[in-house]
Design a protein around this ligand. Structure first.
Ligand code: ADP
Length: 384
């Protein structure tokens, strides 16, 4: 392969959202030329990539044309045109993570079957073609409330997930191919990001603890390190590494877990790329997840994942009731707090619960970081 750390090396990134933006920023530190493809001409990464191409990463011809002259392709979103990246890989352009991993991961049904085949713990599930099959299974007593229905393709950030608690909720059943799994009661949610390079070297970040906004069903804040026992931390890292090894993935893999009431770890889902649950690593770890992704796809040794300080990450979401040209309120009050680091993604239009940015709050103790994060959430408003 060509020398990667050189301004001659052209890294193509499919997707130009916030993850693409932060990946470009890390690549820039290593003097790598980044070329980003995204349908939105004002995508977050458009201002920081070396070259930006407006076009759909879901379209075969657009992806093929975009890839001309590039030395390697990576992704910041799973929903890319899979046939195109497979063809590019066959033609000799490294595509990392590999399309074979994307094929499994982008389909939540195939993901769950993969966990079963590889003895990876996950909530029991069944696959269905449509809503009437799900209803039949309920009538025949094969599945019982409460349960969770997830569409197999194109779900993200809680879209495409139905938590069905009662008969009334069944009116909302998705009428597309889906999986239905047991509802994990009172689960604690954690995530572990693991990296793996072509030499098989792996490295895990300490687990983070996720706290959800119940209305938007989005991660509202995330604490690093998670408040879990050493024993659970060890099991979670081992499972994350096994998942990455069984997939054979080269790059980052974010593994989301439920910890149930019996303290059992269950894999919820994985993402083959930098992840929301790793944003804090930019400031709080010796190596950011973005640099770690580059190290993995370029075949370098993983960087240290040791933490410098406890941190809380909060998503800066569009406030309810506001849509249109974005205005941020409370910036100065928030920036007066020691340890607050703001990342504004540069999306021009806000709408309720849209991810517009994030803040990482560093403090000496997790409690202090959580307290400050609470202030940031209450003070910073995203209006129009
Ligand atoms: P997405 O891919 O959209 O992030 P997830 O599969 O992670 O979707 O589901 C979103 C959220 O819904 C989870 O983080 C969790 O809070 C809740 N959830 C999903 N599956 C279950 C489950 N089996 N039991 C309990 N809660 C669940």
């Amino acid at each position: 392969m060509r020398q990667t750390i050189s301004s001659d090396f052209k890294l193509g990134i499919l997707g130009g959202g916030q993850l693409g933006k932060m990946l470009c920023q890390a690549a820039s530190s290593w003097d790598i030329t980044t070329c980003v493809l995204d349908p939105d001409s004002e995508a977050s990464a458009s201002g920081v990539s070396t070259h930006f191409v407006q076009g759909s990463f879901r379209d075969f011809d657009t992806v093929m044309k975009f890839a001309e002259g590039l030395d390697m392709i990576t992704i910041e979103i799973e929903g890319v045109n899979i046939e195109a990246v497979e063809k590019l890989e066959q033609s000799g352009i490294p595509v990392l993570p590999q399309p074979s991993c994307l094929r499994i991961i982008r389909d939540k049904g195939l993901q769950k079957l993969f966990y079963l085949e590889h003895d990876l713990p996950t909530a029991p599930f069944k696959l269905f073609q449509n809503a009437s099959e799900v209803r039949d299974a309920i009538n025949q007593g094969q599945i019982r409330l409460p349960f969770v229905q997830k569409i197999r393709l194109s779900g993200y950030d809680g879209q495409g997930v139905l938590i069905a608690r009662n008969e009334e909720d069944l009116k909302q059943l998705f009428d597309v191919p889906s999986l239905v799994e047991d509802f994990v009661e009172d689960a604690l949610e954690i995530a572990v990001i693991v990296s793996r390079n072509a030499n098989g070297e792996t490295s895990c970040y300490p687990a983070v603890e996720m706290v959800f906004n119940p209305v938007a069903n989005l991660v509202e804040s995330l604490l690093s390190p998670a408040r879990i026992s050493h024993q659970i931390e060890k099991i979670a890292s081992a499972l994350a590494i096994k998942t990455a090894e069984d997939l054979g993935i080269i790059g980052l893999l974010a593994v989301e877990f439920f910890i149930d009431k019996q303290n059992h770890l269950l894999i919820n889902e994985v993402a083959p790329r930098p992840h929301n649950s790793g944003h804090h690593t930019i400031e709080s770890a010796l190596t950011s997840q973005y640099e770690q992704h580059l190290r993995a796809i370029f075949g370098y040794h993983p960087g240290s994942t040791n933490l410098k300080m406890p941190a809380v990450m909060v998503n800066i979401l569009g406030s309810e009731g506001f849509s249109g040209q974005v205005i941020y309120k409370g910036l100065n009050e928030v920036l007066m707090v020691e340890g607050v680091k703001l990342h504004i993604y540069g999306k021009k239009q806000t709408r309720p619960y849209r991810k517009m940015g994030h803040a990482t709050i560093l403090a000496k103790t997790p409690e202090e970081a959580l307290e400050k994060a609470d202030f940031v959430l209450k003070t910073l408003k995203v209006e129009a």
